[in-house]
Design a protein. Structure first.
Length: 324
């Protein structure tokens, strides 16, 4: 039998052990596994992948549109598909092949414009078919549902913007286009009303499968009213783009700015800071860096049209960048 002192010591030890054990908490649970990076949201620049946060279909993927499968015609300004070109130091207003291969660093020092078009064909498959027939191309096609199709690696020049081809990235946004008040338009064929009377885009059956309409998607202009505006001196009417298109374009624009810092997040503005909606003078165009419409490049062009919400895209992309 233990002496009173030994028994006291055992009790104290037991109490200490209980105290130690009792004060311990269960080990924290392991952190949740990292969410795998999306594999359907990357664009390719010189073969390198950059995540955008929005759905991208590449030219070499199922359902993609491959601009490498055709050769540009003389209408496009050159008979051969190839790398971007640089201004000639010997012949004014002409371009020559760059002596060194275009890698990412070289592209970042040169590419400085993101040219926005509406496709006037209504949806991306039809747009791509028309571009092929005409020997033209654009790096991206943005469909009504917000799906973006990349048709070429961004190291290549696409044929969409004349003198700006080599320094720019181009996107064709699905939209049937803008019309003058007295012009014949295609809205009777392309625009219908839902049960509330708001407009929806309906693709004529004559054009076949549009790849849209999956999961009940309905294309609706983000603003229901027809938008009026003046571009290159012409009064024009246009239905707006879809909410899905704006959301995707904001993500893509922010990514392009990250990859190509010379593409500023702004559109051409006058000395008072007001947006310019006409062709830029050649001298101003030479030095302009940022988002730009087709109508800023040529007087005969009006895309992306008066309904396009430049501030929505620019401010949205700026918020994306600030959130980094």
């Amino acid at each position: 039998m233990d002496s009173p002192s030994k028994l006291l010591n055992k009790l104290l030890c037991l109490a200490g052990l209980i105290a130690v054990v009792g004060c311990q908490t269960a080990p924290p649970p392991p952190p949740p596994p990292e969410k795998p990076a999306r594999t359907d949201d990357v664009i390719l620049v010189d073969g390198q992948a950059f995540h955008t946060g929005t759905r991208i279909v590449l030219w070499n993927e199922k359902g993609g549109y491959n601009a490498y499968k055709f050769q540009p015609t003389k209408l496009a300004g050159n008979a051969n598909h190839g790398a971007r070109r640089v201004p000639s130091t010997e012949v004014k207003n002409s371009w020559v092949d760059r002596e060194e291969p275009w890698d990412l660093a070289a592209l970042q020092d040169y590419v400085d414009q993101f040219v926005l078009h509406y496709d006037s064909e209504g949806f991306s498959r039809r747009c791509f078919e028309v571009l092929q027939r005409r020997g033209l191309s654009a790096h991206f096609l943005l469909d009504l549902d917000g799906t973006i199709y990349q048709t070429l690696d961004l190291r290549e020049r696409a044929y969409h913007a004349g003198a700006s081809n080599s320094r720019s990235i181009g996107i064709e946004i699905a939209n049937v286009g803008a019309y003058g008040p007295e012009e014949k338009n295609e809205w009777d064929d392309w625009i219908s009303s839902d049960e509330t009377g708001k407009p929806v885009v309906k693709i004529p059956k004559v054009h076949g499968d549009s790849k849209l309409g999956k999961n009940g998607f309905v294309a609706r202009p983000i603003r229901p009213e027809i938008i009026e505006g003046t571009i290159n001196g012409r009064v024009l009417l246009q239905y707006d783009f879809t909410a899905e298109q704006y959301a995707a374009l904001i993500k893509l624009t922010a990514t392009l700015h990250r990859v190509f810092p010379l593409i500023n997040l702004d559109l051409p503005r006058d000395v008072y800071g007001q947006p310019i909606h006409e062709k830029l003078p050649n001298r101003a165009l030479e030095y302009y860096q940022g988002l730009i419409g087709h109508y800023h490049l040529q007087e005969i062009k009006i895309d992306p049209g008066p309904a396009f919400q430049w501030d929505k895209v620019i401010e949205g992309a700026q918020l994306e960048i600030e959130a980094d």
